[in-house]
Ligand binder design. Structure first.
Ligand code: DX5
Ligand code: ZN
Length: 219
């Protein structure tokens, strides 16, 4: 069963509480929360205060994606705000062992992400140490962009590595994923689909969640 992680960036912030409850009712697996600093990416989103608000509105797992030049500085505030998992980018920590250990000490699940221009080889040596690999399928910074097809090869290579090394690491895909390409992304080897505009723009969110849940993960 593949999982769906709606990106709150795609929600309607003027009625956030309603969108959070409605997403929960649709049977989602986790909320994906995009944190941007205007430096690592050319946009600014929200911080720990909003994560805490979402945590107070929902019991659902909070998956926090840090698009920050100095992610380590903010691990503690986000964990305190309710983050269950924190993902940071290999581009800012090319040798991430110590950073992974820092998150482990906070009892937080750990994700490692790579941008479209970064080679998959950069993250493979660390897959055994993290809970999740996050493959960016758009240039991070904005929702609503087009899926970059070369992400599919990265997903295939990562899935093969995970199988060959008997790992249990998840592969999450983020950017431009929707009902139209979800199946090809899961067939390539992903098991968690982030959806921002596709989920919150969908007329039937429950059906979209079920569609993803019916997909079998490559093992
Ligand atoms: C992009 C973010 C994504 C984004 C996905 O920088 O990391 O999580 O919100 O949005 P969609 O699904 O609209 O591409
Ligand atoms: Zn994201």
């Amino acid at each position: 069963m593949a999982k769906i992680a709606p990106s709150v960036l795609g929600a309607d912030f003027s009625r956030l509480a309603e969108d959070i409850r409605n997403a929960d009712d649709a049977g989602i697996d986790m909320f994906h929360l995009d944190i941007m600093d205007g430096h690592f990416v050319p946009n600014i989103s929200f911080g720990p205060a909003l994560v805490q608000t979402i945590d107070s509105l929902s019991e659902t797992f909070l998956d926090v994606h840090l698009m920050l030049s100095e992610p380590q500085k903010y691990f503690e505030p986000f964990v305190k705000a309710g983050a269950d998992s924190i993902t940071f980018h290999i581009e800012v920590h090319p040798d991430p062992h110590d950073v992974i250990m820092q998150l482990r000490e906070m009892n937080c699940r750990v994700g490692l992400s790579l941008n479209p221009e970064t080679k998959i080889d950069a993250v493979l040596p660390y897959l055994a140490e993290v809970d999740m690999l996050l493959v960016m399928s758009v240039h991070p910074g904005f929702g609503g962009q087009k899926f970059i097809e070369s992400a599919l090869d990265k997903i295939r290579i990562a899935r093969k590595y995970i199988i060959d090394n008997s790992l249990s690491t998840s592969i999450q895909v983020d950017g431009g994923v929707g009902a139209g390409n979800a199946e090809s992304v899961v067939k390539a080897g992903a098991d968690i689909l982030v959806m921002g505009s596709a989920f919150f723009g969908s007329a039937d969110r429950t059906r979209l969640s079920s569609l993803v849940h019916e997909m079998s993960v490559v093992t």
